[in-house]
Design a protein. Structure first.
Length: 332
């Protein structure tokens, strides 16, 4: 925090700036924004994560005082910002419920950059001799529910007798070691490939070879407000998705996904199996997802909303200057 303030101070005196655009976490950058208001600078609070909700997922009902502090920081980030950016409508509604005026909240969705999400020919050898490949890409943390992919795979392999499917988990995080243990306990070692952090080119290779993309984010008080970029990356690669039925996931994927009852392993496995057994459905859903990304949800389209937010911020500032006679004289 102190280093961020010091760097901003150096930029101010070396180059100057008009706006501080701060993405959380943490939700403490409003303190820097308040300082620069003394110099007429604008502050944008770009909310990537709902920190109090994340805290509740990680610590449940423990550390209640710290949770209240995080609620305070979030509310004052909303209150002191000239403009608030959220990744979806659910987060915007939350900001408004916390007292943020609707006209200062802009939705700028996450979305794949199609310059890099190029569909390529699948490499069958990545399936390790099995007919089907399931794929997960992203952070492996408590809130991400990646263990559901292992429980669903166990359901398919050991309870339903499917030996024709394997799973690749691309990513790392605080919960990765736990997943290794779970995979071993469930006797899935030969069916799961943990790649760790994976280069972008290799992620695309695995997604090209995959038959189904998995979004196992459970209902937990946080994920209901989140836009999952991995879901849209699967779609960009023309892959059907299996996900738990969360509002923002359903908005993103629409008919590109099959939706399981939240946090129900057997239903998640059912949806995977339905896709594995229906190639026509996989192709149809994959094509729909790719088209939706190309036409509605890619990053190039999202940047237009970001530019609109900037324009609105500067336009309101310009109007206030024009309406002030003294300022108007100085401007001219």
């Amino acid at each position: 925090m102190l280093m961020t303030f010091w760097l901003s101070f150096k930029v101010l005196f070396r180059h100057g700036f008009d706006v501080i655009h701060a993405a959380n976490p943490p939700d403490m950058f409003f303190l820097i924004g308040l300082f620069y208001r003394l110099f007429g600078k604008k502050f944008i609070f770009d909310q990537h994560d709902m920190s109090p909700a994340m805290f509740r997922v990680l610590y449940k009902d423990r550390l209640k005082l710290l949770y209240k502090v995080m609620l305070f920081l979030e509310r004052y980030s909303y209150k002191t910002a000239h403009l608030v950016i959220t990744t979806n409508v659910s987060q915007k509604q939350h900001a408004m419920e916390c007292g943020c005026q609707a006209n200062k909240v802009f939705v700028v969705r996450n979305g794949p950059d199609l310059r890099y999400m190029k569909v390529s020919a699948p490499e069958p050898e990545l399936k390790k001799g099995r007919r089907y490949l399931l794929a997960y890409v992203g952070v492996i943390a408590v809130q991400d529910g990646v263990e559901y992919t292992l429980y669903a795979l166990h359901e398919l392999v050991h309870k339903r007798g499917r030996k024709d499917v394997s799973l690749v988990l691309m990513g790392d995080g605080d919960n990765a070691s736990v997943l290794h243990t779970i995979a071993h306990q469930l006797d899935l070692d030969e069916y799961v490939n943990f790649t760790g952090w994976t280069e972008s080119e290799d992620v695309l290779r695995y997604l090209a070879a995959a038959d189904v993309g998995l979004s196992p984010d459970p209902e937990n008080g946080l994920n209901e407000y989140c836009t999952m970029i991995k879901t849209m990356e699967y779609m960009a690669m023309g892959k059907p998705v299996v996900a738990f039925d969360l509002a923002e996931t359903r908005f993103s994927a629409q008919d590109a996904a099959l939706y399981a009852t939240p946090n129900v392993i057997e239903d998640f496995a059912d949806k995977i199996e339905a896709l594995l057994d229906n190639e026509e459905l996989r192709l149809k859903m994959g094509a729909f997802g790719r088209q939706r990304i190309e036409e509605e949800l890619n990053w190039d389209l999202s940047t237009k909303n970001l530019m609109l937010a900037y324009e609105t911020l500067f336009l309101s500032d310009l109007k206030s200057q024009v309406s002030d006679p003294a300022t108007h004289l100085i401007t001219n």
